[in-house]
Design a binder for this molecule. Sequence first.
Ligand SMILES: Cc1cc2nc3c(=O)[nH]c(=O)nc-3n(C[C@H](O)[C@H](O)[C@H](O)COP(=O)(O)O)c2cc1C
Length: 188
Amino acid sequence: MSARILVLSGSSGERSRTRSLVEAVEKALIDRNATTTHWDLRNAELPFADARFHDDPGRHPDATVREFSAAAREAHAFVLASPIYHNSFSGLLKNALDHLTIAHFQYKPVALISHGGNRSTQACDQLRVVVRGLGGVAIPTQVCTANVDYRETPEGYVLECEDILARVARLTTELAVFATALSPLRRS
Ligand SMILES: Cc1cc2nc3c(=O)[nH]c(=O)nc-3n(C[C@H](O)[C@H](O)[C@H](O)COP(=O)(O)O)c2cc1C
């Protein structure tokens, strides 16, 4: 069975290295026969999360929230991507996660990736705690990049650092293996 993976990228930047990292991760996942759906939260037009719908976002009056909730429910695994904002992950990503519940994440593996600082792990470290709160399983390998890992082109940034690309390969293999390994727990 091909793993369905929901990818959330949380940069508010127009030209974003986080987004380029996401593209490299998606390509590696597709090479491993996974299918990916990418929600670029800069353009997703999700409203602010509303606690009235916390228990069942499927009842939310906003069609984008309902679509987002359905995509998360159908996913076997997640990739959460964020730039480093104020020593943490971005508010765009937090708002998106606040639309979701434990039912969306329980026993699903989650890969954490980020860009910023000197390959700072701050966003991934904090997301690891958030994922535990959602009942998901943050996989051990994470990918954190710095500006030097990319080449700038007129079209955008290209992830070029060989060490980081090898880490992307490890992360995506791990995510696919965990997605299969955790499926009996999800079924129960
Ligand atoms: C609101 C905001 C807060 C930021 N806070 C930090 C920070 O705490 N530490 C840091 O190293 N860079 C910080 N930055 C810089 C971003 O990490 C950097 O611009 C990064 O390239 C953004 O990723 P992107 O290219 O995917 O948009 C901040 C940028 C913004 C917009």
